[in-house]
Write a protein that binds this ligand. Structure first.
Ligand SMILES: [Ca+2]
Length: 285
């Protein structure tokens, strides 16, 4: 066999290999670009909060004064403590519950399981009623606080995320930067507040808590809490709880759950976290 023959012979063998190779390269390139897009998105979000935490609004200091067990099966979406009972709403379809436990301790007093197709969200207690949102079903459930019997269902537009109240109105988040005040009797919209800091709007507001005239809001998927003036929506301070994030937590197991305790402390946890943390929060000097 001459060199020419080798050359001529090799030509037709190369073409069928070349096409799959090019396709493989294009596929690889698409994978790399896709991975960059997915991985860089949280990075950009993180940078937004790095800037926020370095901005004008103070970052509160805190001390962990106690820890409590938390069910790692609870994908926490709502958390509130009233009269020695903890009311926790959890999410994910097929796993969503409203659970009432004695606090401190973890003795379950009662539990309501949501229908399998529902994804439970924020929870608040106002008077003798418990309110629970759903993620995309547009339904808010009202339960009798004593019996946990569902006594009313409201419909609303858009998504349901976090829920709290100021003693008169319900205050709801929907994943945007808007907080919506609603009539607890009719669920009608009373007013809306746009949450913002010096860099612009603060979106992905999640679980909420009314604390001494201010609204504390988890910001998904960051392990930070925005402290919001309810009058004008301005972020007056931040609480950075990244140090509490469990090592074993996956990417969805973010901080989400704020409750006030009678002793003035905050109780915080996250989705599927194994602990709840009792915090003594001090305003920055
Ligand atoms: Ca709460």
């Amino acid at each position: 066999m001459t060199e020419t023959e080798i050359s001529d012979d090799s030509q037709p063998r190369r073409s069928p290999i070349l096409l799959p190779a090019v396709l493989a390269l294009v596929g690889l390139l698409a994978l790399v670009i896709g991975a960059w897009y997915v991985l860089s998105a949280p990075g950009r979000h993180e940078q937004r909060f790095d800037e926020a935490l370095a901005g004008d609004a103070p970052v509160y200091q805190y001390e962990v004064v106690a820890t409590h067990d938390h069910d790692t099966g609870h994908f926490t979406e709502g958390l509130v403590v009233v009269d020695g009972l903890i009311y926790e709403g959890t999410g994910r379809t097929g796993q969503s519950v409203l659970e009432v436990r004695h606090f401190p301790g973890d003795e379950v007093r009662e539990r309501v399981e949501l229908d399998d197709e529902l994804f439970g969200e924020g929870v608040t207690v106002l008077g003798d009623r418990i309110y629970q949102l759903t993620y995309k079903a547009g339904e808010a459930f009202v339960y009798d606080r004593e019996t946990l019997e569902r006594i009313e269902t409201f419909q609303y537009d858009g998504e349901g995320w976090g829920l709290t109240n100021d003693g008169e109105s319900l205050i709801m988040s929907n994943g945007t930067s808007t907080l919506t005040y609603r009539d607890p009797e009719t669920f009608e919209v009373l007013r809306e507040v746009e949450v913002h800091d010096e860099s612009g709007t603060v979106s992905h507001l999640n679980e909420l808590e009314w604390v001494d005239g201010l609204i504390y809001a988890n910001v998904f998927p960051q392990d930070v809490i925005a402290v919001i003036d309810p009058e004008d929506g301005r972020v007056t301070a931040w609480l950075d709880l990244g140090d509490l994030h469990p090592e074993q937590a996956d990417s969805e197991s973010v901080l989400n759950g704020i409750a006030t305790l009678p002793n003035g402390r905050l109780l915080v946890t996250g989705k599927n976290w194994d602990r709840m943390y009792e915090l003594d929060v001090q305003a920055a000097e």
